[in-house]
Design a protein around this ligand. Structure first.
Ligand code: GLN
Length: 213
């Protein structure tokens, strides 16, 4: 079983750990550099990206993690985690930084305020067309979306143009909400709180594939 860390500075660490275990990994919390260096992949959970950014710097994890991402560490960022993986942010605070790695521009709090949180069924490629087919039950909580993605980025899911199964309309239509670039996977939504471990399964397979070089 691959050892996959969950960054445990803020956010719903336990739910990610449970989903990783269900997906066949051994999940461990990561708070220090020594723990970071021992994992084969890492999940960046949701929470508040500005807070996680500050804590990453305070715990002196930002620089080593940035370096490991550059060296090919597989990382899955959900919601605030997706913001941390983005090379560029819109709607960030003045001193907010990201780890970067994905050639995307994310818009923070893109769907609106907390009251605009929602659940929806979405088709995600690599999951909905995988061994257990079907749409993913997703939860969006003050979620970002990807405004623009570079040519290396593979789009895995979008908000459909026409509202279906709980998806919002208006400016959200067509926005990218799941993407992959090499060993980096990002979702605007939380797949860990709806009981669907298939997105974590996709990530665990990515970790296993990177083991083989
Ligand atoms: N709105 C949060 C941020 O900007 C993300 C919310 C989440 O992770 N659920 O960091």
């Amino acid at each position: 079983r691959p050892v996959v860390g969950v960054l445990a500075l803020q956010g719903d660490v336990r739910e990610h750990a449970a989903a990783l275990e269900r997906a066949g990994a051994r999940a461990v919390g990561v708070r220090r550099v020594s723990e970071l260096e021992a994992v084969e992949g890492l999940v960046l959970p949701g929470g508040e990206s500005t807070t996680i950014d500050k804590l990453l710097r305070l715990f002196e994890l930002a620089e080593p993690l940035h370096r490991l991402i550059g060296q090919g560490l597989p990382v899955f960022g959900s919601c605030a985690g997706m913001i941390l993986l983005a090379d560029r942010i819109e709607g960030g605070t003045a001193d907010q930084r990201t780890l970067g790695g994905m050639d995307v521009t994310v818009r923070r709090n893109a769907f609106g305020r907390q009251v605009d949180s929602f659940e929806a069924d979405l088709d995600m490629s690599g999951v909905s067309d995988g061994p257990e087919p079907g749409p993913v039950r997703t939860a969006f909580i003050r979620a970002p979306w990807i405004e623009r993605a570079g040519p290396q980025v593979e789009v895995l899911a979008r908000i459909p143009a026409v509202s279906a199964h709980g998806t919002p309309t208006g400016a959200a239509a067509g926005k990218i909400v799941a993407a992959r670039q090499g060993r980096l996977l990002a979702t605007a939504f939380h797949p860990e709180i709806t009981g669907d471990a298939r997105v974590h399964g996709l990530f665990v397979r990515l970790v296993q594939a990177s083991r083989r070089g």
